[in-house]
Design a protein around this ligand. Structure first.
Ligand code: NAD
Length: 466
């Protein structure tokens, strides 16, 4: 069934009713749902890749297959393997006085209920289905609002979800911003939103009406620190990858790079050859386009404005003159928009700041990024970056590949978001982690009930010491 803003509420009630009827799906039921997510991906891989390419104008099928399909399948596999352990109650240690009375304490995860998933356009399959894996593993029902910026992929998602799931397990609501706005007003038991900061603030206001807990997966400007000990060839190769992949339209793409003035020219030469190598060996068939005209204009504007703010601008492209043209904007003056706006495209901002203390101070001027990348050989420097900054993730000598680890939590902090998901963290995020206390055989309340005696006073004093 296609869900419009008029029938969001009835569809939500279908999901909620099903949750009330089955508040604790068995391990077998959850595994079955996860296997259906996997089947939906593997049995329609070429249709997914075609829809993605149609939405982007052009998107390499190999990149789509890896970035959207394989990553999602990996998350399913990880959950299939580990779910029975995640579902086990975690024993906790009772307070000593209660332990002596024979009490037991543990934490057990229960489904929250119906979880809303609001997903973006840049990895429209993975960023809808990777949250779905965590939501279903935790035993919830799910309602997905995919992005209107990728209509073919969102329509395919809606069609396939209705083939692989009943409408009381998982449903999809396609539509424009009006549908999204009505969607986040529903009294969900949890909402996970992936997208930009401005919309996140609207969602938080709407969710507050029903006290709906939120996971916000936002973006921001993820910096790269290039240490004096960095291997420049390796740094350039990985940065080129970070900007080539999905044309830099990635929330964890390296946004700006901090490097010493005297290493800049050597780095630019290495970056040029890394781009030429990627371009000549892969060609335009392996590229990804900017998703739409609005975003193309936004990126062009950031470059042009940087250029008029005294930046040195360099455009790198390989022999094939493919769609990939990495543009580097070096040292624009402070008022240029590129210094503050997330780039989200194949453009790299470079600032010549070489001293680690100054690099850290520069990063700390802005809100906490989603990730901080450090390139260098010094563990001491890396530990300094860890202790003196804050971010959702921290990476040494690589970019983007932290996301390939299903056993790591993913998410931001402060301006880059709140809450973490994926793997066991996702299971916990979408669970009600209930505290359970079973009293022992000794009646401890007898000690604290009037009339108070010397025993009570002794117990009172003793409890402060243990
Ligand atoms: P988008 O325009 O596709 O919007 C995302 C979702 O928000 C869509 O489903 C849309 O329908 C919905 N939406 C739009 N307006 C709304 C409103 N007023 N109320 C409720 N929902 C609304 O995506 P976008 O915002 O352009 O995404 C790009 C941003 O997402 C970037 O900032 C990027 O860094 C961030 N991002 C973060 C992650 C992450 O995991 N942290 C991943 C990918 C993208």
């Amino acid at each position: 069934m296609s869900v419009s803003s008029n029938n969001l509420e009835p569809q939500f009630q279908v999901l909620r009713k099903a949750y009330y009827l089955e508040r604790y799906p068995s391990l077998a039921a959850r595994l079955d749902r996860l296997r259906r997510v996997k089947a939906m991906l593997t049995e329609h891989e070429s249709a997914w890749c075609e829809a993605l390419s149609q939405d982007f104008g052009y998107r390499s099928a190999d990149q789509s297959s890896f970035a959207d399909i394989t990553t999602s399948i990996k998350s399913v596999n990880h959950a299939l393997k580990n779910l029975k352990f995640w579902m086990k109650a975690e024993r906790r240690t009772p307070d000593l006085s209660l332990r002596m009375s024979g009490a037991k304490t543990y934490v057990e995860a229960f489904p929250k209920g119906v979880v809303g998933i609001v997903s973006p356009w840049n990895f429209p399959i993975n960023l809808a289905l990777s949250p779905l894996v965590s939501v279903l593993a935790a035993g919830n029902r799910a309602f997905i609002k995919p992005s209107e910026a990728t209509p073919a992929t969102s329509a395919l998602l809606e069609k396939l979800i209705s083939q692989y799931f009943t409408d009381d397990e998982v449903a999809v609501a396609c539509g424009d911003v009006d549908v999204a706005q009505a969607f986040v007003k529903l009294p969900f038991d949890h909402i996970i939103y992936t997208g930009g900061e401005t919309v996140a603030k609207h969602i938080m206001r709407d969710a507050a009406e029903n006290l709906v807990p939120l996971t916000l997966e936002l973006g921001g400007k993820s910096p790269v620190i290039v240490s004096s000990s960095a291997d420049l060839k390796l740094t350039a190769k990985r940065i080129a990858f970070g900007k080539y992949f999905n044309a830099g339209q990635i929330c964890i793409a390296p946004d700006y790079l901090l490097i010493a003035e005297d290493r800049l020219e050597a780095f630019l030469l290495d970056l040029k050859s890394a781009v030429e190598h990627a371009d000549s060996s892969q060609g335009s068939a392996d590229s990804v386009s900017i998703v739409n005209e609005r975003h193309r204009q936004r990126i062009d504007y950031l470059i042009a404005e940087g250029e008029s703010a005294n930046a040195r601008v360099m455009r790198f492209s390989g022999h094939n003159q493919s769609a990939y043209q990495l543009t580097v904007v070096i040292n624009p003056s402070a008022d240029a928009g590129i210094n503050n706006s997330e780039i989200f495209g194949p453009v790299l901002l470079i600032k010549t700041i070489g001293d680690l203390s100054e690099q850290i101070a520069y990063i700390n001027q802005s809100s906490h990024p989603l990730v901080i990348y450090y390139f260098g050989r010094s563990e001491t420097e890396f530990r300094r970056v860890a202790r003196e900054t804050s971010s959702g993730g921290l990476v040494k000598n690589d970019v983007i590949f932290q996301y390939a680890n299903d056993d790591l939590p993913f998410g931001g902090v402060g301006g880059s978001g709140m809450g973490k998901y994926r793997g066991e963290y996702g299971f916990k995020e979408f669970s009600n982690n209930r505290a359970v206390y079973k009293s022992g055989i000794v009646d401890v309340s007898g000690f604290v009930t009037p009339p108070y005696s010397g025993v009570f006073r002794m117990v009172n004093k003793l409890m402060r010491k243990i």
